[in-house]
Write a protein that binds this ligand. Structure first.
Ligand SMILES: Nc1ncnc2c1ncn2[C@@H]1O[C@H](COP(=O)(O)OP(=O)(O)OP(=O)(O)O)[C@@H](O)[C@H]1O
Ligand SMILES: [Mg+2]
Length: 459
């Protein structure tokens, strides 16, 4: 964190100081809520959780060099006492932003692809100025301020993922870190269980562009009509990105290679440039266009942006990670998370990468779909069959995927419903042959073991 005295921190978070020998003591290190991550000069934030009470880890944090603790009660250390450490973390992050006038904040929201796009924007902007865009998915009221606090006087760009489980969540995050550039990737059905409808999701995601200043830029996916409509909700300049001809930053002549990697011509009012993405998936076209638009808004040249896109790396794990095993099996590990739209994107990638080969989809449960759960799973199964997947393996509570696939008449493939990850691994051990392409996807840990075992087996 930028150096701040305990008095300044207390004022920023509306806290009171206890056991502080000198209120001018400086915090110079990182702000951490995991005592194991504490570094000398840092601030330890103690959350009183249901299972563990962070305050008990204050001695460990001090031993690692923490200057003080932020918590709900005084501990045997300099303590800043607040009513709610989560709110305090957000306020502290805002105070830091207010002390960094040179900082440009880029906010990203959408139903699928926030982390991927954040990683891409981070890589593009890093060529133009010091950028904070840590790997991973820090998109809520805890992870976002924690990321903000990594910015310092040298940082020019702070790239933030903004998630929402309800109305007002994105607006709250924008209050912590007011964005100058806002990117909306898509409106899909992630978290539809909590929201109730796709319209409500669109309302929530659009809070990002409502928060932009007049001098800001809204980067909107013109190919998604709900995102396109958000142009009416912002006072900022709008840059449409997409394949539609209304796009200001547009991909034309999109082609996919045998690895599912897209190349296209990046077309803007200022000219055009060829782009060849090294990361697989047709959905990366839209993500990379958003990254291009942000780079251009930051003043980068078209050539520099195109070069950055061609050099993109996959930064956060378990997202479209395609690897070849020594035995000739290709694995697409997209197991980080899943919802119906991202399942569709991944199944399409399987279709391309698996062209002319046996295609296997191992699909797990999609969490947080609420009333849409059954229909969402069935739809994914139907799509897998319609796309001609040869072997579909539905894992555990994802049985409705299996049911959906079976409703597709004339499908030449086979569907199996296994009870759990262990059974799925055993089945794959027997089934897999050289040349097969396997997609593994589901909501988080429910499919991770399958992907890991496929990796180990091929090592
Ligand atoms: N533009 C996109 N459209 C649809 N699906 C996408 C898109 N980009 C990525 N995906 C799919 O979504 C999956 C998750 O991507 P990512 O982790 O970037 O999303 P996220 O929005 O950050 O998710 P979370 O809400 O879990 O943070 C990817 O592995 C891929 O299958
Ligand atoms: Mg994410």
């Amino acid at each position: 964190m930028i150096p701040m005295t305990l008095a300044e921190v207390a004022a920023a978070v509306d806290g009171t100081l206890h056991g502080v020998p000198d209120e001018n003591l400086l915090i110079t290190g990182p702000v951490e809520y995991d005592s194991r991550a504490v570094r000398p000069g840092g601030l330890f934030v103690a959350f009183a959780g249901a299972k563990v009470d962070g305050h008990e880890f204050a001695p460990a944090a001090l031993a690692s060099g923490a200057v003080a603790v932020l918590g709900t009660r005084p501990v045997d250390a300099p303590t800043i006492v607040v009513a709610d450490p989560l709110v305090a973390l957000g306020r502290l992050a805002r105070a830091v932003v207010d002390r960094l006038p040179e900082l440009t904040i880029v906010g990203i929201t959408g139903s699928s692809g926030k982390t991927t796009t954040k990683d891409q924007i981070g890589q593009v902007l890093a060529r133009h100025g010091a950028t904070v865009a840590p790997a991973g998915s820090f998109n809520n009221e805890l992870g976002l301020p924690h990321t903000v606090l990594k910015a310092d006087a040298g940082t020019r760009y702070l790239v933030l993922e903004m998630g929402a489980r309800g109305i007002g969540h994105v607006a709250y995050l924008c209050g912590i870190a007011p964005p100058r550039v806002g990117v909306v990737i898509n409106v899909g059905d992630a978290h539809i269980g909590e929201f109730g409808s796709v319209e409500a999701i669109a309302r929530a995601k659009g809070e990002l562009v409502e928060a932009l200043p007049a001098a800001g830029v809204a980067v909107l996916n013109v190919d998604d009509h709900r995102v396109r409509a958000m142009a009416a909700r912002t006072g900022a300049r709008v840059t449409f990105v997409g394949q539609d001809e209304r796009a200001d930053v547009r991909a034309v002549d999109v082609r996919l290679d045998a690895r599912g990697r897209a190349s296209y011509t990046l077309v803007t009012a200022g000219g055009s440039a060829p782009v060849a993405l090294p990361v697989p998936g047709a959905h990366q076209v839209g993500n990379s266009l958003a990254a291009a638009a942000v780079g251009l808004a930051a003043g980068m040249t078209l050539a520099a942006v195109a070069e950055a896109l061609t050099d993109l790396r996959s930064v956060s794990s378990r997202r479209m990670d395609v690897f070849d095993r020594a035995d000739g099996v290709t694995v697409i590990d997209d197991s980080y998370n899943a919802n119906p739209s991202s399942m569709a994107a991944a199944l399409r990638a399987l279709t391309t990468v698996g062209d002319g080969r046996r295609r296997i989809a191992v699909l797990g449960y999609m969490a947080e779909l609420g009333d849409h759960e059954r229909a969402g799973h069935e739809g994914v199964g139907r799509l897998a069959a319609q796309l001609g997947v040869d072997l579909l393996v539905a894992v555990g509570t994802a049985g409705a995927i299996h049911d959906g696939a079976l409703t597709v008449a004339q499908w030449g493939g086979k569907s199996v419903h296994v009870t759990d990850q262990v059974q799925a691994v055993a089945l794959l051990r027997d089934e897999l042959k050289p040349g097969d392409v396997v997609l593994v996807k589901g909501s988080r840990y429910r499919t991770w073991d399958i992907a890991d075992s496929l990796r180990e087996a091929g090592a």
